[in-house]
Design a protein around this ligand. Structure first.
Ligand SMILES: Cc1ncc(COP(=O)(O)O)c(C=O)c1O
Length: 394
């Protein structure tokens, strides 16, 4: 008997589960998992506790707590100059993951095409597949220098569009490359989206992880009419387990997303919505300190990887480093085999980036590994120490 629907039958266990299981077994330092091993600010925790004590414990409004929707539009105005109506242009979801799923469900029909940049966050493809959509891939390619920007080929992007294109998903700052899409690139994408009457879905969960001199350009500020922006409180405030996310933009796009949301979760954790509202209103000093700490961690990891014989690309945003495995890689070894061997030999976990590519393009990153630096200093330093020790033994 096959109890699974065709919709989910192709989904295996994710590589994150496999590598994390192996990491526990080998007592490895886990630089694979993309979530912080530390908590966000105490005052935000306090806001959640107070909301629970004050009795904010029943279903909230399906579009999200009015307090949070107001804080979301204020934050969008404060950081990007966007003007949004909290009643009609915002909906709150269970993390960005649900917002992505709802938007895909609400905006595409079976057979419609969705343009995805590879490497893509894995939930994009799963959402598109569950909606019966057809993915069209555009590859991001590594820069020539360690400090350079990942890029895509304009002709490849144009060729990915067709009369069936309904959606394009952009993730900026980008996981796992740390790329920030430039004005020129976004204008090109917007032009194609407009010409095809499609929608741009912009996933900006790393919006506050941008390392100067790089800057984050919100795609919706260039072309608000056809752009749905998705973000969440997980990464910006180090509360990934709270799963408070949102979608915002033109009323028609938010309505389509909300229509799916009302039957997926209906409403999300009420007291945590109130707490994330407080987080979004934290002073500028919080955001400056947050990015400063992450920049320091990034530099620590990049330097450590170099000393251990890897060739990291310095990310401009997000909290991931893609690194060439260079001489450590055995002949013919792919990134999955390399990462499994790294856990057992060096006792450090990393993620093989080919899982973020379609099978046809996966070999293009068999020489890379993804490391995360959303970790406390002792963990990062121990990870680096182990990598260096492993490298010198070989
Ligand atoms: C690019 C990207 N989008 C979305 C998410 C999920 O966000 P959330 O935890 O808010 O669902 C992640 C989490 O790793 C991510 O990397």
């Amino acid at each position: 008997m096959h109890p699974e629907s065709a919709r989910v039958a192709g989904f295996g266990t994710t590589i994150f589960t496999e590598i994390s299981r192996l990491a526990i077994q080998e007592k490895a330092v886990n630089l694979g998992q993309g979530f912080p091993d530390f908590d966000g600010p105490d005052e935000v925790k306090q806001a959640a506790i107070e909301a629970i004590r004050a009795g904010v414990n029943q279903y909230g409004v399906t579009t999200g707590s009015p307090v949070l929707r107001q804080a979301i539009v204020e934050h969008a105005k404060r950081f990007y100059g966007q003007v949004l109506d909290p009643e009609k242009q915002v909906t709150v979801t269970s993390g960005a993951t649900e917002a992505i799923f709802d938007a895909v469900m609400g905006l595409i029909d079976p057979g419609d095409e969705v343009v995805l940049f590879e490497p893509y966050y894995d939930s994009y493809l799963a959402s598109v597949q569950m909606a019966g959509g057809v993915p069209r891939f555009v590859q991001l390619r590594p820069p020539e220098t360690a400090e350079g920007a990942w890029w895509f080929d304009e002709a490849e992007l144009r060729a990915a569009f067709s009369s069936k294109t309904r959606l394009v998903i952009v993730n900026t700052p980008h996981n796992p490359t740390g790329k920030l899409f430039t004005r020129h690139e976004l204008e090109l994408i917007h032009g194609l989206v407009a010409r095809h009457g499609a929608t741009l879905l912009s996933d900006e969960v790393y919006e506050h992880l941008v390392y100067p001199p790089a800057t984050h350009l919100r795609p919706a500020t260039l072309q608000p009419e056809h752009t749905l922006t998705i973000s969440s409180g997980g990464k910006s405030f180090s509360f990934t387990g709270w799963k408070i996310g949102w979608a915002m933009g033109p009323e028609a796009l938010v309505r389509a997303t909300q229509k799916a949301h009302q039957w997926v979760t209906f409403a999300v954790a009420h007291p945590f919505q109130v707490a994330i509202a407080a987080a979004l209103r934290l002073p500028d000093s919080y955001f400056a300190d947050f990015v400063g700490q992450y920049q320091r961690r990034r530099d620590l990891l990049v330097d450590g990887l170099r000393r251990a014989g890897f060739s990291p690309f310095v990310p401009h945003g997000s909290y991931f480093v893609m690194a060439g495995t260079g001489a450590h890689r055995r002949q013919g070894e792919d990134d999955g085999a390399f990462c499994r061997r790294l856990v057992t030999e060096a006792r450090v976990a990393a993620i093989p980036p080919s899982v973020f590519f379609s099978p046809a393009h996966a070999p293009s990153v068999h020489h890379l590994a993804r490391f995360a630096f959303c970790k406390t200093d002792p963990v990062l330093l121990e990870g680096i120490r182990r990598l260096e020790a492993w490298a010198t033994q070989r």
